[in-house]
Ligand binder design. Structure first.
Ligand SMILES: [Zn+2]
Length: 449
């Protein structure tokens, strides 16, 4: 039967695979199919380059002109790879019919549990890659996320389906910036994402109060991983090392994976960045530029012996436990309004005042650093929403932004040696910061006038 006439005008959406995702230098459909199959067999990302290179060699060899046949034209290889773009209203069945693929094969594929699980729901924008021989399915792939894909392959008379991990190429890149108004703006100028700059801020949250102490002139540099495949950047990986210059003080954090497989950040000499307390008990991302920390409301200054730190912030901003501890007070406390007090190790207590409401942690509950214990408000003696935060050791008020915090155990011995080997090349890359910052400041001379 003649499929093309019985189905009417075929939709023009089955794209020959190479046109969209692969380089135009590998246009031969057979070769593309070979590339796709071979690469999916590789599991370690470090092998990707090698494999790709060897395929390029074989591709070059194979694309040499075929010597002219004497008595007949060379057979046309019918194996083809299609990229099916799902549009609204499409079903697998309609996609298969529109592109003259075997619906019998499709029915057989949908008998497989794994295939059914990952093919049942299609969404507009999804892409299916189908390799076929005259309509008979040889392979069908659907990307599930940047790391995994469903792969259905012909296996003798039937099919087999599995979810496989795709190789990722990790590139180590570096970015640096200087703050003029806000950290996010500086990140944008340096072409790094909000998520990445948040991760950087998290590394230094124990040393720097990102809500109050970040200012113009502060600088940062970050060495991080980018995730790539087939020449396409898929996203950002881990921060490998970062540096922050805050009011003239330099902080450096280097990522290191310990023997248990846990990753955390250390200073250049192997001291953990993580400490018992973070400097600011709320996330700087919620503090809008309309809240100027330097502008105190008059009523705040009239509080006698004001011995805490005030964080003006929008009502409802989550307040987080600055360290692990236990709730020893939760209720109304005079001018503090709704208040939470946490008891920590080392005879330290922290107090959080003027809350609009409490988090889920009741009296006596254990809390972990970063747990939301309440929300910013203006209860008690406060006319504008802000968090009043106090830190006391042995009952004595200390400035939570400058108090010396106890460190966790530093790296020692062989671990320290291994760490140093990891850290050295990263530190060298961070050294490139100065020239990078200069390159990011084309107008520096103009502004200096
Ligand atoms: Zn206060």
């Amino acid at each position: 039967m003649d499929e093309s006439t019985s189905r009417g005008e075929p939709k023009n959406r089955a794209v020959k695979n190479s046109a969209v995702v692969r380089s135009p230098s590998r246009l031969g459909s057979t070769l593309i199919a070979v590339t796709a199959t071979a690469v999916t067999l590789v599991t370690g990302y470090q092998l990707t380059n090698q494999i790709t290179d060897s395929l390029r060699v074989s591709a070059a060899t194979a694309s040499r002109p075929v010597p002219p046949a004497v008595d007949m034209a060379p057979p046309v290889d019918p194996i083809e790879e299609l990229q099916l773009q799902v549009e609204s209203g499409d079903t697998l069945d309609s996609l298969f019919r529109d592109t003259s693929l075997s619906t019998l094969d499709l029915a057989e594929i949908m008998q497989l549990d794994v295939a059914r699980k990952y093919l049942r729901v299609l969404r507009p924008g999804d892409v299916l890659i189908v390799r076929h021989d005259g309509g008979q399915i040889l392979q069908l792939d659907r990307e599930l996320d940047i790391r995994t894909k469903l792969e259905v392959q012909r296996d003798g008379d039937g099919f087999q389906a599995s979810v496989i991990e795709m190789p990722l190429e990790r590139r180590t890149v570096m970015a640096a910036g200087q703050i003029r108004s806000s950290l996010f703006e500086a990140a944008q100028e340096s072409r790094i994402s909000e998520k990445l700059i948040m991760n950087v801020a998290q590394i230094f949250a124990y040393d720097i109060d990102f809500v109050r102490d970040i200012g113009a002139g502060d600088e940062f540099a970050v060495v991080y991983e980018e995730l790539w495949r087939d020449g396409v950047k898929l996203g950002e990986g881990d921060v490998l090392a970062a540096e922050f210059m805050n009011r003239g003080a330099r902080f450096t954090g280097i990522r290191y994976q310990d023997a248990d497989g846990r990753s955390s950040y250390y200073t250049h000499d192997g001291q953990p960045m993580r400490k018992a307390f973070v400097r600011a008990p709320l996330s700087f991302t919620r503090i809008s530029s309309g809240f100027n920390p330097a502008r105190r409301h008059p009523i705040l200054n009239t509080i006698r012996a004001h011995q805490g730190v005030d964080y003006p912030a929008p009502k409802g901003t989550p307040v987080k436990a600055s360290g692990d501890g236990r709730v020893i007070f939760r209720g109304w406390k005079g001018g503090y309004g709704n208040t939470i007090i946490l008891q920590h190790g080392g005879n330290v207590t922290t107090l959080y005042g003027h809350l609009s409401k409490f988090g889920g942690r009741g009296y006596g509950t254990r809390v972990q650093q970063g747990d939301v214990i309440g929300y910013v408000g203006a209860t008690g003696l406060a006319t504008a929403p802000h968090l009043h935060y106090e830190y006391r050791k042995n009952g004595v008020h200390l400035d939570p932004r400058t108090v010396i915090l106890p460190n966790a155990k530093p790296l020692r011995g062989q671990t320290l040696t291994a760490f140093r080997a990891t850290a050295e090349p990263l530190l060298q890359r961070l050294e490139g910061r100065t020239s990078m910052l200069a390159a990011n400041r084309p107008n520096a001379a103009n502004r200096a006038q």
